[in-house]
Design a protein around this ligand. Structure first.
Ligand SMILES: NC(=O)c1ccc[n+]([C@@H]2O[C@H](COP(=O)([O-])OP(=O)(O)OC[C@H]3O[C@@H](n4cnc5c(N)ncnc54)[C@H](O)[C@@H]3O)[C@@H](O)[C@H]2O)c1
Ligand SMILES: N[C@H](CO)Cc1c[nH]c[nH+]1
Ligand SMILES: [Zn+2]
Length: 421
């Protein structure tokens, strides 16, 4: 990784991914095919893109039980403990419906209702992600969603990963379909003979999944378009090069388009990290992916001051931010834009990916400027409650009718005045 001096106004942002023209056209065609042909399209497209001849779409209870038996007790215990932490964190996000009244008898309130049905996309193309099952399903469960449907592509050799099925079972999902990509998104959005449509689709995926989600938005709700993983480390001379390099590589191994950035006030640290990254890259099983990501999107900046480093991070608005400085709490107070903030050397990013409890589905590509991690609110909606007493109505009716006429809406005004007689 090359070391650059951080200049004022430097932009660390990458362009928002919208896919190539061919990818967008392919996704449109897949969506249309599933809408027109239903299950038959899902079988055909799974054969074409995943190389798998499916016998049925729905995963059976027997397959889930076999998956549970295929996993070691140790792995099952780890998934259960992570699930417990994630559940407990998200339950703290729950809000209650509320009602307030005043002396005139006006009652106003907000009623919170869980969504009826949600589809969770779990990626499965190049790696299996049981952790993503927990991160998407458990907030929906905490919110009270009754029907949670999971879709994930089958691997060529062995169907769905046992760890993914075990995580689904631990999280309490029973409706699971072996289908991925844009075709799975289409099935969730429009329904087929086997898969009943849902109200919202959540979960990360590759460019085909992202483009399909963008395309079906409006027919159903979606959570966000999560792009390739990102990590930014803001460090001073107290950080240890070996550890910072390992954290940068932890996200680089996800995707050739993952982005790993170090912003530091210490040139010595910058040089140490650059050397360590090179050394550690050679030891990684996914070296090829991580190397491509580091070469394209890996950057190290040396800042003149901590303030300069902080403003560069705010400009970047990274998905994950690690702060490894003398006083991380104080630095965190000045961070305005980041999906998840990890404080101190013991809060390495994978602590959050797997275990601590906060969600790992986070805004990427600078969208942390205006959006939040996946959370319980994503699975609930709010209805406003309004009840006026006669006294409150009479005290305000003239103003309301006048406001309606200001907008030229006579029928609105009359609906008020008809009650004053
Ligand atoms: N943000 C997060 O929380 C998070 C978590 C886990 C994974 N991820 C990301 O999710 C992504 C997973 O991608 P993936 O590819 O491994 O799995 P995926 O399940 O998203 O995509 C696999 C599917 O893509 C479709 N596909 C592949 N090539 C195609 C083509 N040429 N035309 C049409 N469809 C095609 C196939 O249907 C296949 O089933 C990675 O970028 C990873 O970094 C993000
Ligand atoms: N870091 C990813 C989100 O950006 C999530 C993940 C899943 N497994 C490992 N990591
Ligand atoms: Zn990760």
């Amino acid at each position: 990784m090359e070391i650059e001096q951080l200049m004022e106004g430097i932009s660390l942002k990458r362009s928002v991914e919208s896919g190539t023209e061919e990818q967008r056209a392919a996704v449109k065609e897949i969506l249309l095919k599933v809408r027109n042909e239903g299950d038959a399209a899902l079988y055909e497209l799974t054969k074409r893109f995943d190389g798998v001849d499916l016998h049925s779409l729905r995963i059976t209870e027997k397959e889930i039980n076999e998956a549970l038996q295929g996993l070691s007790d140790e792995h099952l215990a780890i998934i259960r403990e992570a699930a417990k932490n994630i559940k407990s964190f998200h339950e703290k996000q729950l809000r209650n419906s509320w009602i307030s009244t005043d002396e005139s008898g006006t009652m106003l309130g907000q009623k919170i209702t869980p969504l009826d049905s949600v589809g969770v996309y779990v990626p499965g193309g190049t790696a299996a992600y049981p952790s993503s099952v927990l991160m998407n399903v458990l907030p929906a469960k905490a919110a009270g969603v009754k029907r949670i449907v999971m879709v994930t592509p089958p691997a060529k050799e062995g169907g769905i990963s046992p760890a993914v099925l075990a995580a689904a079972n631990i999280a309490g999902v029973t409706e699971i379909y072996s289908v991925g990509g844009a075709q799975a998104v289409a099935a969730l959005a429009y329904g087929t003979e086997t898969i009943e449509r849902v109200d919202k689709i959540v979960g990360p995926g590759n460019i085909y999944v992202a483009l399909a989600k963008r395309e079906v938005f409006g027919d159903v709700d979606i959570d966000m378009i999560a792009g390739p993983s990102e990590i930014a480390v803001l460090a001073d001379d107290t950080a240890i090069p070996e550890e910072v390099a390992a954290d940068l590589l932890s996200q680089a191994e996800h995707d050739t388009r993952a982005c790993s950035v170090l912003v530091t006030t210490s040139r010595e640290l910058a040089e140490g990290v650059a050397a360590e990254v090179e050394k550690q890259l050679g030891e990684l099983p996914r070296e090829e992916i991580a190397r491509a990501a580091i070469e394209k999107f890996g950057r190290i900046f040396v800042a003149d001051s901590l303030e300069g480093a902080i403003s560069a991070i705010n400009e970047l608005a990274p998905e994950h931010l690690e702060i490894i400085t003398r006083d991380p709490m104080n630095v965190m107070a000045k961070i305005r834009h980041a999906g998840a903030i990890f404080l101190g050397r013991y809060s390495s990013e994978p602590v959050g990916d797997y275990f601590a409890g906060p969600n790992h589905v986070l805004p990427t590509n600078g969208t942390a400027r205006f959006s939040s991690p996946l959370n319980v609110d994503d699975f609930q909606k709010k209805s406003s409650i309004i009840m006026y007493s006669e006294e409150a109505f009479k005290a305000n009716s003239e103003k309301i009718a006048a406001f309606a006429r200001l907008e030229g809406l006579e029928a609105h005004a009359r609906a008020i005045e008809v009650r004053r007689k």
